[in-house]
Design a protein around this ligand. Sequence first.
Ligand code: FES
Length: 176
Amino acid sequence: MENNGRRGFMGKAFGAVAAVGAVGSLVAMKKTWDPLPSVKAAGFTTLDMSIYTEGEMVTEKWRGKPIFVLKKSAEVMKNEKGKPDAEARNIKVGNDNFMVAIGLCTHLGCIPAFRKDSNDFKCACHGGEFDASGLVQQVPPPRGFDIPPFKIDGNTLVLGEAGPEWQAMKDNGVTL
Ligand code: FES
C-alpha cells in the first residue's frame, strides 16, 4: 500500500505526464487505491496555447505519441487562404491559428522533421513531405497528419477530448 501511495504522489506532482500510461495498468491500479484527479485525467494532455512562438514547431506528447504544434505565421495563413483542405485543418485558439497533429508519418510511422525555412515537414524514411497544415505535398504518405481529438477551452487545448471543432473535422473526413 505504501508503494501505491508513492505512485499517487508522483501522479499529482507530474500531472498529465505521470498520468500517461497504458489503460491496462490504470485499471490495475484502480483496484488498489482511489485515483487522484490527475490520474482520472489520464489520457488527456492540456496545452496552454499562449506559450507558443509563431513559426516555431514544438513537439508535445500525448498518450506516448509525438504531437506537432505549430503556431502559424501570417505568411503561412496567407498561403492557406483559399485552400479549403488546408483551412479545414486549422485550429483557432483565441486570435491565433495552429496546426496540431500527431507527428507520425501516415506512410509507415516515422517521425518527420520540421523544416523551418520552408515551413514544412520531411520524412527521412521514404521522402514523404507535409506542408504547414499537415497535408501531403509529396507521396508516399497516403494522407495528411492525423489530428488528435481536441477540445478548445479558453486558451487551452485539451488533447484526448473530442470537442465540437474536432468532431466536425472527423465528420467531414479531415482526420480519421
Ligand atoms: Fe514517412 Fe515512409 S514512413 S515516407
